[in-house]
Design a protein around this ligand. Structure first.
Ligand code: IPM
Ligand code: MN
Length: 365
């Protein structure tokens, strides 16, 4: 089996974390006898600098022609004052929209070695395991009209029935083989668009009798995530609320540097770390590649149906952290601080040893 993967390393620390993730991807692919063909293209500020556009048609076409896309990060101070449509972020939005990636999945699981590294108390955190389903191609990010002049600025929050239904189905299906609870997050006490969202989600819930549906206002949800994160299983929400909620969820895991994401549509899939381009530490071999490596695990699972390969990567990340190795962003006193390349090779070593133990029948993956 050969999979074609487009690599879009992007700006800042993007190239470093994608290169780390690629090493893990190749190593694991070989173990499972699949071959990976990669093609690399520019996205974001680096693409603007070279081509005058943050995402060229040619780069987009390469994504259309591949089985999955792995993205690093986009953006940086250098491009902050460009007009909206040329900003690095515009490339990401265009990519999501063009590939039809309406479901963004951001898991908030706590690595066991990590319960003491979060800003939350370990007893509040232990056992937290939920996943955010963020709608990614609609809502206020894309609604028309939009714009600003000297006197005012405006955007439009709009959701169609179909847009709400398709992501709601994804969330309910996932909850069905997890803990069976969907919490739909909205602002229905103020926004008509949210009331509509709520009505449609209620309707979809009718087809999933084994899943419990709860509704929560977004302000309350932000509070509940830090108060009692264990109460959540699948959080279902729109584009902008999901953007905010998933950053909050990111911090309970200790660092945004740990959080992977998958963006899925009916045809294409994109995997990327939730963190940004961190231009202040770019090019210093300091970046935390775990979110990118974990995004590769999500790729194996969601795009290639290789659950065991995904588990092998996750178990190895966990083991490496348990051994006390940390990149600087997640280190505490007494930890063994290592750089991007070192933590990557440690994770690969652990993949090798867990794989071998498994082959000997010690572990069942
Ligand atoms: C994210 C980012 C993006 C978003 C930006 C960079 C456009 O914050 O993926 O969460 O708002 O969706
Ligand atoms: Mn964000």
């Amino acid at each position: 089996m050969t999979y074609r993967i487009t690599l879009l390393p992007g700006d800042g620390i993007g190239p470093e974390v994608v290169s780390a993730a690629l090493k893990v991807m190749n190593f694991v692919a070989e173990k499972f006898n699949v071959s990976i063909q990669t093609q690399e293209r520019l996205i974001g500020g680096c693409s603007y600098d070279k081509f005058g556009s943050p995402l060229t048609d040619e780069a987009l076409q390469t994504c259309y022609d591949s089985d999955a896309v792995l993205l690093g990060a986009v953006g940086g101070y250098k491009w902050e004052n460009l007009p909206h449509n040329l900003k690095p972020e515009a490339a990401l939005l265009k990519l999501r929209k063009s590939l039809g990636l309406y479901t963004n999945i951001r898991p908030a699981k706590v690595y066991s070695a990590f319960v003491d590294s979060s800003s939350l108390k370990s007893e509040i955190l232990a056992g937290t395991d939920f996943v955010v389903f963020r709608e990614l191609t609609g809502g206020i990010y894309f609604g028309e009209p939009r714009g600003f002049d000297e006197e005012k600025g405006w955007n439009t929050m709009v959701y169609t029935k179909e847009e709400v239904e398709r992501i709601a189905h994804m969330a309910f299906k996932t909850a069905g083989h997890r803990k069976g609870v969907v919490t739909s997050v909205d602002k229905a006490n103020v926004l008509e668009c949210s009331q509509f969202w709520r009505n449609v989600v209620e309707e979809v819930a009718g087809s999933y009798s084994s899943v419990t549906l709860k509704h929560m206002y977004v302000d309350n949800a932000a509070m509940q995530i830090v108060r009692d994160p264990k109460q959540f299983d699948v959080i279902l929400t729109g584009n902008i609320f999901g953007d905010i909620i998933s950053d909050i969820a990111g911090m309970i895991t200790g660092s945004l540097g740990m959080l992977p994401s998958a963006s899925l549509g009916s045809k294409y899939a994109l995997y990327e770390p939730v963190h940004g381009s961190a231009p202040d530490i770019a090019g210093q071999n300091k970046a935390n590649p775990i979110a990118a490596i974990s995004s590769v695990a999500m790729m194996f699972e969601h795009s290639f149906g290789m659950t065991k390969a995904a588990e092998l990567i996750e178990t190895s990340i966990d083991k490496t952290l348990s051994q006390g190795y940390r990149t600087a962003d997640i280190a505490r006193k007494g930890d063994n601080i290592v750089d991007t390349e070192k933590i990557t090779s440690l994770i690969i070593q652990n993949i090798e040893s867990i794989y071998n133990e498994q082959a000997l029948g010690v572990f069942t993956l």
